[in-house]
Design a protein around this ligand. Structure first.
Ligand code: NAD
Ligand code: UD1
Length: 339
C-alpha cells in the first residue's frame, strides 16, 4: 500500500515508519520538523535499508499538503502531526486548536482532492477525562479536561461526520494510553526538547545524569503504593498497532475508536524499580505534591483492539525500561548527541 505519514519524523511516527517500511509499503513522510529531527529519518532509512519520500512542510500549508497528497496518491494517511504538551495547551489554546484541529481539516481537504478515503488518527486516552469506571472501554463518556484533550475530541467528532458523509470513508481513531520506550536498536527514541513533562523520559535523564532526581507527583493516591497508576505501552507495540490499523482500514469503512493500551496499570514507583533493574543505575527521587489535573489511576480495556485489529501488547514494563535505557545511554542528548 501507499502510506502517507504526517508527523512521521516524531517519536511515535518514526517507530511506525520503521514498522511500515519493514512491511514493504511505499511511504511518504510529511513533517515540518517543529518537534523532531531529520536525523531520525536518516536512522530509519539505515535500519531498514529502505528509501521513502520526505516532504518538509506544515499541514497548515493547504497548498503544499494538497499537492503532496495529489503527487503521492496514498491509499491511507496516518496522521501523527500535532502538538502534544498538555500544560502548553492551557497557556496557548489557540495555537493548539489551530495546529491540531485546523491542521486536520487542511489534511482532510487535501485527501479529498487526492481521492484518499482512509485515515488512521493519533487520538489519546485523554479524551475520556476523569474515569466513571475502570478500565476505560471505548463506550466510556468523553470529557477531556484540557485544550489538548479537546483538540483530540474535536478531531474525533470531525472524522465521525466525515465518515458519515461518504460510505467509502474510513477513520480509525487510535486512543493511545502512555507510550514509552524505544526501538531495540537504540537508534531511535523519544527526544524531548526541554525538561521532560512525562515520567519515562524524566527517569531516563536522571539515570544518565542529566537531572539530579525525580519528583514523584503525589504519594497519597488511593493506589497500591500511593503513587499514580498508568497503562504504559511500548512504542514498538504501538507502531505495530498502526500497521494493523492500516490493514484494517484497507478492508473496512466507517469510523472506529480503538483503545491502544496493555490493560495493565503500573505505578510511578513500579516504573522506577523496573528502570533501576534495567539500567543498573540508582534513580534518586523525592515525593512532592500532586500535579494539578492528574488522575490517580487509569488503564485501558484493550479487548476491542484484539477483536478487530488482531493486535495486543507483547512487551512488558521491563522491556520498556530496557529499551528506553538503551536509547538514552547511547544518545545521552538525544539526536543532538552526534552534533
Ligand atoms: P512528536 O512531537 O514526537 O511528533 C509529532 C510530529 O509532528 C513531529 O515530528 C512534529 O515535527 C510534527 N508536526 C507537528 N505539527 C506539525 C505541523 N503543523 N505540520 C507538520 N508536522 C507537524 O509526538 P509523538 O509523541 O510522536 O505524538 C504523535 C501523535 O500522537 C500526536 O498527535 C500526539 O498528540 C499523539 N499522542 C501522543 C502521545 C504520547 O504520549 N506521545 C499520547 C497520546 C497521543
Ligand atoms: C500525560 C498527559 C496526557 C498524555 C500522556 C501520554 C498530562 C496531564 N497528561 O499523561 O494527556 O496523553 O501524558 O503522553 O500531562 N509523574 C511524576 N513525576 C514526573 C512526571 C510524571 O511523578 O516528573 C507521574 C504523574 O503524576 C503520573 C505518571 O507519572 O502519575 C505518568 O505521568 P506522565 O508520563 O506525565 O503521563 P500522564 O500524566 O498519564
Amino acid at each position: 500500500m501507499r502510506v502517507f505519514l504526517t508527523g512521521g519524523a516524531g517519536y511515535i511516527g518514526s517507530h511506525t515508519l520503521l514498522e511500515v517500511l519493514s512491511q514493504d509499503h511505499q511511504v511518504c513522510v510529511y513533517d515540518d520538523f517543529s518537534n523532531s529531527e531529520p536525523e531520525a529519518l536518516k536512522r530509519v532509512a539505515k535500519l531498514t535499508n529502505r528509501s521513502f519520500d520526505t516532504v518538509e512542510g506544515d499541514v497548515l500549508d493547504r497548498a503544499k499538503i494538497q499537492q503532496s497528497l495529489i503527487d503521492f496518491k496514498p491509499d491511507v494517511v496516518v496522521h501523527f502531526a500535532g502538538k502534544k504538551a498538555v500544560g502548553e495547551s492551557t497557556e496557548k489554546p489557540l495555537m493548539y486548536y489551530r495546529n491540531n484541529v485546523d491542521g486536520t481539516l487542511a489534511l482532510l481537504e487535501g485527501m479529498e482532492a487526492a481521492g484518499c478515503k482512509r485515515i488512521v488518527f493519533s487520538s489519546s486516552a485523554t479524551v475520556y477525562g476523569e474515569p466513571h469506571y475502570l478500565p476505560y472501554d471505548e463506550h466510556h463518556p468523553l470529557a477531556p479536561t484540557n485544550p489538548y484533550g479537546m483538540t483530540k475530541y474535536m478531531v474525533e467528532l470531525i472524522l465521525k461526520d466525515w465518515c458519515a458523509s461518504n460510505v467509502k470513508n474510513t477513520a480509525v481513531l487510535l486512543r493511545y494510553f502512555n507510550p514509552v520506550g524505544a526501538h531495540e536498536s537504540g537508534e531511535i527514541g523519544e527526544d524531548p526538547n526541554d525538561i521532560p513533562n512525562n515520567l519515562m523520559p524524566f527517569v531516563s535523564q536522571v539515570a544518565v545524569g542529566r537531572r539530579e532526581k525525580l519528583s514523584v507527583f503525589g504519594g497519597d493516591y488511593e493506589t497500591h503504593d500511593g503513587t499514580g497508576v498508568r497503562d504504559y505501552i511500548h512504542v514498538v507495540d504501538l507502531a505495530k498497532a498502526h500497521a494493523a490499523a492500516i490493514q484494517f482500514a484497507d478492508g473496512h469503512s466507517g469510523c472506529e475508536a480503538i483503545n491502544v493500551g496493555s490493560g495493565q496499570g503500573s505505578s510511578v514507583l513500579d516504573l522506577v524499580e523496573a528502570f533501576k533493574s534495567a539500567s543498573g543505575r540508582d534513580i534518586p527521587y523525592e515525593v512532592v505534591a500532586r500535579r494539578a489535573g492528574d488522575i490517580a489511576e487509569f488503564y485501558a480495556d484493550p479487548t476491542k483492539a484484539d477483536k478487530i485489529l488482531g493486535w495486543k501488547t507483547e512487551r512488558n514494563l521491563s522491556d520498556m525500561c530496557k529499551s528506553a535505557w538503551n536509547w538514552q545511554s547511547r544518545n545521552p542528548k538525544g539526536y543532538n548527541s552526534i552534533k
